[in-house]
Design a protein around this ligand. Structure first.
Ligand code: AMP
Length: 416
C-alpha cells in the first residue's frame, strides 16, 4: 500500500464538515470586513522566502522545503504567505492610491519540515489577512478584532497575547543593551543563540532551549526601552480593543518567529497556551522587497489547530456536527430510477439538496440510507403514481405522507 508522506493528512468525514464550516464563516467575515481574496503560488523563489522570513529564523534554517527545479531555479514551498502576498502587491502594483486601505485574505496550504505531532504538520493550512497602506494603530485594532471575532463565532475560547517591539529607535537601544548583557555569557548560550547574537539578537528571546536558564531570568526588559511614541501606540491599541470588548493580555517576551515584524505583535492562544495564530505589523517589508514605503499589518490562523479546538468542543456536546439533506428519492424499477435521476436534477437546480439510490436496493434498505443521511423528506416513486403525474412525499420526522402533483414538488419542498 502506498501511504501519505509523513506529516501530511487527508481531510474527510467529520473533519471535512468542520473544515468547510470554518471556511464558510471566514468567507462571511471577509465580506463583513470588506477584505478581497488573493491566491498566490504554493512555491516561490527561495530568495523571496529566505529574505522575508529571515535566513536566521527557525523556519528558514531548519524547516523549509527547498529544491532546485528542472530549470536550475532555487525554489521553496511556501512556509507562510505574507512574503507571497507582498511580492504580488509589488509585482502587480496592487497598492493603489496611498489613501486606499488595501486588504487581502488567503486560505491555503503551507509547508514546514517540522517534527509531526498533534496540531503540527508538514503540510498545513493557514487563513491570513494582510492590510496595506495602513499606518494607523486603528488598523491593527481592526485586524486583531477580525481574527478574534472569527474565533468567537467558531465557539473557540482564545486569549490574545499582545506586545510591542517598539519603533526602530526602541529596538536599537534594546538590542544594544541585550548584547551588552549577554556578551559575558555567550559561551553558555545554545549554538543557535550564539549565532543569533550576531545576526538577529532579538530572536534570542524566542529561544526554547535557553528560556529557563538563570541568564534568561535577568534579561533586560524591552518594555523599559520603549519610546513615548511606542508606549502611546500600545496604549491606543489597548483602548481600541477594550472599546470592542476584545480581551487581551500583555506578554513582554513575545517577539514572534519571523524577521519582518516591527512594533505591534500578537498571538491567539487556546486555553492550554497553544498558539492558534499570530500576526503583527511589518512596516518595512514592502520597501525591503523593492516596493514603495507602504506600511502594513496582518495575521494568520492555523486551520488544523482550529479543527482540533472545534472537535474538542463538539466532543463535550451531545449533538454531533451533521450535514442533513432535504430530499431522498426512492426508486426500484428502471422507469422509477429514470424518473428519480430526472427529478433529482430538477431539485438540485432549485437549490434543494437531494440524494438518490443508484444501486439495486430494497425499499427497506433505502429507508435506512435516508435515515443515515438525515433526509427531511422521502420521495417515494412508484410507476402507478408516476403515470398519473403524482409523487408521494413523506415527512421523515412527522411521518405524514401525501401525494403531490409532480409540477408542484419544487414549491412544496422549497416552502417546507
Ligand atoms: P506562525 O506564523 O508560525 O506563527 O504560524 C501561524 C499559525 O499557523 C500558528 O499559530 C499555527 O496555528 C499554525 N501553524 C504553524 N506551523 C504549523 C504546523 N507545522 N502545523 C500546523 N499548524 C501550524
Amino acid at each position: 500500500m502506498i501511504t501519505k508522506p509523513k506529516g501530511t493528512y487527508d481531510i474527510f468525514g467529520n473533519d471535512a464538515l468542520i473544515y468547510k464550516h470554518i471556511e464558510s464563516i471566514i468567507t462571511n467575515y471577509m465580506n463583513y470586513y470588506n477584505v478581497g481574496y488573493i491566491r498566490t503560488p504554493i512555491f516561490e523563489s527561495s530568495e523571496l522566502i529566505h529574505r522575508t522570513v529571515g535566513d536566521d529564523s527557525d523556519i528558514v534554517s531548519k524547516e523549509t522545503y527547498d529544491f532546485i527545479d528542472r530549470g536550475n531555479r532555487k525554489i521553496t514551498l511556501r512556509p507562510e504567505a505574507t512574503a507571497s502576498v507582498v511580492r504580488s502587491l509589488i509585482e502587480n502594483k496592487l497598492y493603489g492610491n496611498r489613501n486606499d486601505q488595501i486588504k487581502y485574505y488567503y486560505f491555503g496550504t503551507m509547508y514546514r519540515y517540522e517534527r509531526p505531532q498533534s496540531g503540527r504538520n508538514r503540510e498545513f493550512t493557514q487563513f491570513g489577512v494582510e492590510v496595506f497602506n495602513s499606518p494607523s494603530v486603528v488598523s491593527d485594532a481592526e485586524t486583531i478584532s477580525m481574527a478574534y471575532n472569527i474565533l468567537c463565532e467558531l465557539g473557540i475560547n482564545t486569549t490574545i497575547v499582545l506586545n510591542t517591539l517598539g519603533d526602530a529607535k526602541t529596538r536599537k537601544n534594546y538590542i544594544d543593551a541585550l548584547k551588552e548583557y549577554l556578551k559575558p555569557h555567550l559561551n553558555d548560550l545554545c549554538a543557535d543563540c550564539q549565532r543569533r547574537f550576531e545576526s538577529n539578537p532579538l530572536r534570542i528571546l524566542d529561544c526554547k532551549v535557553d528560556s529557563d536558564s538563570e541568564i534568561f531570568k535577568n534579561l533586560p526588559k524591552l518594555s523599559t526601552f520603549l519610546s513615548d511614541e511606542a508606549k502611546n501606540k500600545l496604549n491606543e491599541l489597548k483602548n481600541l480593543l477594550a472599546a470592542m470588548d476584545v480581551e487581551f493580555e500583555i506578554d513582554e517576551t513575545l517577539v514572534r518567529g519571523l524577521d519582518y515584524y516591527t512594533d505591534i505583535v500578537y498571538e491567539f492562544h487556546n486555553e492550554d497556551g497553544l498558539a492558534l495564530g499570530g500576526g503583527g505589523r511589518y512596516d518595512n517589508l514592502v520597501k525591503n522587497l523593492g516596493g514603495e514605503d507602504i506600511k502594513a499589518n496582518g495575521f494568520a490562523l492555523g486551520i488544523e489547530r482550529l479543527i482540533l479546538e472545534i472537535k474538542n468542543i463538539l466532543s463535550q456536546e451531545e449533538e454531533p456536527i451533521s450535514n442533513p439533506i432535504t430530499a431522498y428519492i426512492m426508486a426500484i424499477s428502471d422507469e422509477e430510477k429514470y424518473q428519480a435521476v430526472k427529478l433529482a436534477n430538477i431539485l438540485r437546480l432549485n437549490e434543494i439538496s437531494t440524494e438518490i439510490c443508484p444501486n439495486d436496493l430494497s425499499l427497506k434498505s433505502q429507508f435506512k440510507l435516508a435515515d443515515k443521511l438525515e433526509a427531511s423528506f422521502l420521495i417515494i416513486l412508484n410507476d402507478e403514481d408516476l403515470q398519473k403525474g403524482l409523487i408521494t412525499i413523506k415527512d421523515n420526522y412527522t411521518k405524514d405522507e401525501e401525494k403531490v402533483d409532480e409540477n408542484d414538488i419544487v414549491d412544496y419542498l422549497s416552502n417546507s
